[in-house]
Design a protein around this ligand. Structure first.
Ligand code: C5P
Length: 333
């Protein structure tokens, strides 16, 4: 490890993601599902800082301090699991850098367990940041990093790429795409209902809801278009098709029936198609710019306050306006 690596905390921004399409193409022997999904990173991001911990006693270990949204036990684990996966991948031996414990600080800005990939993104940021903190960034090539990321969770390899991508398999096959030109706005509405990803996949299996292939076709078409780069205007023109392009939507609705009323009310109030990100419960809609997404957020806040939009779950929804990261902004650090 270099002296500089000792002194300066490593900072990583861990962006949220949106699934513009999500086709479930099959169930695997290992219990996971093969997907065909276009993921885009968002400007909305958590902030992770990693610094080598001071030498301590026998309890000397990686530590995590979290502020902002309460991450729950799973998100905690993903930062610590990211560091642990990085340590395992670097390994030990002559010529290998040391991997001393790290003190991690995480500012949570991404709603937790929301279908926005926050925990997975934190895990990827922890993996990448730990390697840098140890001066070990050159020890792992891209495929070793990606394997380490996949060991943390299905969505984690995507977050190493930092730009729109086609995600296949369980999440381990990530093909970077040309992306979106411009910065389309996104409105995110995350209701306060618990929707656990394994439950959505279980209900999906139980209802034998393998789609009719139309979502797969939409996803393949979108991946092809984004491969060449798509303008924000062209993306907006596809908003209606994309809002319906999620094979997990029927299962998420069975897990959280209130999503039907919320989605219907948002459609009515905003006059736009409303999609579900991942396994939910976050609902989203696209705008030409951040300013228009912010104006829509204000409209939704008023409608929640006056009861036009129903509150489902434990309290009011979290409403966030952000933009799609095109991938040309440079790394999210
Ligand atoms: O990999 P991760 O821990 O994020 O996955 C959470 C759960 O989601 C898995 O235990 C599995 O039930 C389900 N899953 C799946 N197929 C995927 C991704 C997740 O069945 N491609």
């Amino acid at each position: 490890m270099t002296d500089a690596a000792h002194r300066t905390p490593v900072i990583r921004l861990a962006p949220a993601k949106l699934n513009l399409s999500l086709a479930v193409v099959g169930r695997r022997a290992d219990g996971f599902h093969d997907l065909h999904s276009v993921f885009v990173p968002l400007a909305l991001a958590d902030r992770l800082s990693l610094a080598p911990a001071g030498a301590g006693g026998p309890e000397w270990a990686d530590t995590l301090h979290v502020s902002g949204f309460d991450p729950g036990p799973d998100a905690d684990n993903l930062v610590l699991r990211g560091i642990t996966a990085a340590r395992a991948a670097v390994g030990q031996g002559p010529g290998r850098p040391g991997t001393p414990p790290l003190a991690a600080r995480l500012e949570k800005h991404i709603p937790v367990a929301a279908g926005l990939g926050g925990g997975s993104s934190d895990g990827a940021a922890a993996l990448d940041g730990a390697l840098e903190a140890w001066g070990a960034a050159d020890v792992l090539d891209a495929s070793a990093r990606s394997r380490a990321a996949a060991s943390i969770g299905s969505d984690v390899p995507f977050f190493l790429v930092g730009r729109p991508a086609l995600v296949e398999g369980r999440g381990e096959w990530v093909t970077p795409l040309g992306g979106v030109h411009g910065h389309p706005g996104v409105l995110l509405v995350t209701p306060s209902v618990v929707v656990r990803t394994p439950d959505v996949f279980s209900v999906f299996d139980a209802s034998r809801a393998i789609g009719d292939g139309s979502v797969r076709m939409t996803s393949a078409h979108l991946a092809q278009e984004l491969g060449n780069g798509l303008s924000a205007t062209d993306l907006l023109a596809r908003a209606g098709v994309l809002a319906a392009a999620n094979d997990l939507l029927p299962a998420a609705i069975l897990v959280a029936p209130g999503l039907v009323a919320l989605r219907r009310a948002l459609t009515r109030v905003l006059g736009r198609p409303i999609g579900l990100s991942g396994s939910g419960p976050t609902l989203w809609t696209l705008y030409p710019s951040l300013g228009e997404a912010q104006a829509a957020a204000a409209v939704v806040e008023t409608a929640v306050d006056d009861g036009t939009i129903p509150t489902i779950g434990e309290g009011p929804p979290t409403i966030i306006a952000t933009t799609i990261r095109t991938g040309d902004e440079g790394p999210a650090t």
